[in-house]
Design a protein around this ligand. Structure first.
Ligand code: MSP
Length: 640
């Protein structure tokens, strides 16, 4: 039976560029939305921007923009990015839009009138980056934010509070009665134990900054971002406005509502949002799917170290479908995953170029060679392998549906790839090239080709939510329009004519070359002009041991245009330092220079060479660079 499906991403902070990590939330939702549309479900897919708060106010100031100018700029570039990533959202909500602002103000007033929000005083340790207060026990060493590690600030202000305590038993009861409300189960358990520890009422307004939605009845307060942000899920549907058909259709009377969030915003969606809904007397219709984070091998993605991957860099080099495939396949629901180019290239070559790509090109080539491109449904089967393949196919479709309906994409993809392997094995088992030599085997050869064709056609339908572009091409190669959900299953094709020659869908990558390229790109990204880093204390700075070092020898690294290997005398110690300056300095120019060295940097290997430190250089663009030099001091000198 067809149903309605409403799926949402978190709305993204409009303070910076979206990277691979947060793109994941959107790509995975897109996959879910496409899967639902494939099934014929009436689907509404929402994403958008979270545009208020102190961090945005401060970022705008740093960039010489008004907050509105900043959020306009970021919203435009994010919309652009989603277009490029083939995201099929039906709406894009921005929290600075009037349709949202007005309704949030009403929501706040309603909660105030019901006594669920009250006026009090708040003093606490506040993290600007995360827009959240933390209790003393939550804070990290040196009163740092437990989530992002940055220093918190002590803030005292008159604030409104949302009465959470009042609803905590009701919420526990709801979670108990709705075991699927929060998934996976580990996250549900986390929430239950958090509530059982006792909830503190939530501070829901600020007077310390201006960039937010003013409280209607007391405009010196702006509404704290989470009440503002969470409401987007219903304001976008027209809740509280004259035009609330979508709200009625997809929320009130809807069959399935799914919020997808990363683990860091679990509490907000599993505690504050349902309590807000209870207080507003709105049914809690949604299921919450909580995913982990994409990390880099070295830890969290971070702009300052160049340890960050932007989606368009991957798309421009390897194609969109490869990125979508990798992200969806690599992330199990609930746990973290590591993004690495080693793994990316390996999955690309193995799963896409070899398993899938080869299966298609081989099959199309054989159908052309043996039957002039014609596929015709056989009257019967000839080999035991035929029915085995059919069985695997039917089984895969069932499992696929089960997994994809329940947001277990990784498991679903594994099933599809098992079918791909089974189909490749079927070619080996039936050895069509042997059958082709014997005219009397014409029928059985046709039967083999038909099985291959049907298997690929079904695989193609199943991968379409993940890899929409490749899927369209494959349909073209197969010459089929049996691409809908109801076309799943063996034997639906009566006849078809495949393309004469299928282009290579995923060209094999030279892993070594690619990895070198990516390492060089990462090095380049470490230079970020005009991008002030977060404030540090003198204690932070003093952790860095800067010394004058005298370059005693220098040579170009083999097979690298960019790297020099320097031997540097640092306080009597000879250090080997690999430096990305070869575009700007010859080895000869470097010898004899007295440079500034970061002497206590953890040694690393660069292309197999130890690098025991870093030399400092100034650079305003990729085209210019100047090494910092000292004139009179010698290599025993400290810098600071
Ligand atoms: N604005 C809030 C959400 C409000 S929803 C009512 C927010 N924005 S965010 O831009 O910081 O993050 C958006 C989403 O990206 C979150 O689900 C977050 O978990 C996710 N991710 C951020 N970095 C990530 C990775 N490295 N990997 C996977 N997801 C990550 O939070």
């Amino acid at each position: 039976m067809k149903k309605t499906c409403y799926v949402t991403t978190p709305i993204y902070y409009a303070s910076g560029n979206v990277h691979i990590g947060n793109s994941y939330s959107t790509i995975v939702c897109d996959c879910f939305a496409r899967y639902n549309r494939l099934k014929g479900n009436d689907t509404f897919f929402l994403t958008g921007m979270d545009e208020h708060g102190l961090k945005i106010e401060e970022t705008a100031k740093k960039q010489g923009l008004t907050p509105q100018q900043l959020v306009d700029k970021v919203a435009e570039s994010t919309k652009e990015l989603w277009k490029k990533l083939n995201i099929t959202n039906d709406d894009f909500i921005r929290t600075s839009e009037e349709r949202h602002v007005k309704v949030v103000q009403q929501i706040f007033e309603k909660l105030l009138a019901n006594g669920d929000i009250y006026l009090g005083k708040y003093e606490g340790d506040y993290c600007v980056s995360c827009e959240a207060y933390f209790t003393k026990t939550q804070l990290g060493e040196g009163d740092t934010c437990p989530d992002c590690g940055k220093p918190t600030r002590k803030i005292q202000e008159e604030s409104y509070f949302l009465n959470l305590k009042k609803y905590s038993d009701r919420l526990l009861d709801f979670i108990e009665k709705n075991p699927n409300f929060i998934q996976p189960e580990s996250r549900r358990n986390e929430v239950v134990s958090f509530i059982k520890q006792g909830l503190e009422d939530l501070c829901v307004s600020r007077t310390s900054f201006k960039w937010g939605i003013p409280v209607l009845s007391n405009p010196k307060h702006v509404i704290y971002v989470w009440i503002d942000a969470l409401s987007n899920y219903i304001t976008a549907l027209g809740y509280g406005s004259e035009n609330d058909e979508l709200y009625k259709k997809f929320w009130l009377n809807g069959d399935e509502v799914v919020h997808v969030v990363g683990k860091d915003i679990l509490r907000f969606h599993a505690i504050y949002w349902p309590i807000m809904l209870m207080a507003l007397d709105i049914p809690i219709k949604y299921k919450l799917y909580v995913h982990g984070w994409f990390l880099m091998k070295e830890g969290k993605m971070s702009k300052s170290t160049g340890n960050i991957v932007y989606p368009m860099d991957v798309v421009n080099r390897y194609g969109l479908d490869a990125l979508r495939y990798y992200l969806i396949r690599e992330m199990p629901l609930g746990n973290d995953s590591i993004f690495s180019y080693e793994r990316f290239i390996d999955k690309y070559n193995t799963d896409l170029a070899n398993d899938l790509g080869n299966l298609i090109s081989r099959t199309v080539a054989m159908i052309n060679k043996y039957f002039g491109g014609q596929v015709v449904k056989p009257n019967k089967n000839y080999f035991s392998y035929d029915s085995q393949l059919e069985e695997t196919l039917e089984l895969t479709i069932n499992k696929y549906n089960d997994y994809f309906s329940n947001f277990r994409f990784q498991n679903g993809i594994n099933e599809i790839w098992n079918l791909i392997s089974r189909t490749n094995k079927y070619i080996d088992e039936t050895a069509p090239w042997v059958l082709a030599k014997d005219e009397s085997q014409k029928e059985s050869l046709n039967c083999v080709m038909y099985h291959l064709f049907e298997s690929i056609r079904n695989i193609n339908i199943m991968i379409s939510p993940i890899m929409p572009d490749a899927s369209e091409k494959i349909s073209e190669y197969l010459g089929t329009n049996l691409t809908k959900f109801e076309d799943l299953g063996y034997g639906k094709t009566v006849a078809s004519k495949v393309i004469e020659k299928a282009d290579v869908l995923f060209k094999r990558l030279d892993a070594i070359k690619e990895l070198e390229y990516q390492k060089e790109e990462a090095l380049k990204k470490m230079v970020k002009p005009n991008d002030f880093k977060d404030e540090i204390t003198i204690d932070d700075f003093q952790k860095v041991d800067l010394r004058v070092g005298e370059v005693i020898s220098a040579e170009k690294m083999e097979k690298s245009d960019k790297l020099l290997i320097l031997k540097v005398n640092v306080s009597g110690e000879i250090r080997q330092i690999v430096s990305g300056i070869a575009d700007f300095y010859s080895p000869e120019e470097m010898v004899g220079k007295k440079v500034v060295v970061v002497a206590n940097l953890k040694p690393i290997k660069l292309r197999g060479y130890d690098s025991q430190g870093m030399i400092l250089a100034a650079s305003s663009s990729k085209k210019s660079l100047e090494v910092l030099e000292v004139e009179k001091e010698n290599s025993n000198a400290k810098v600071g």
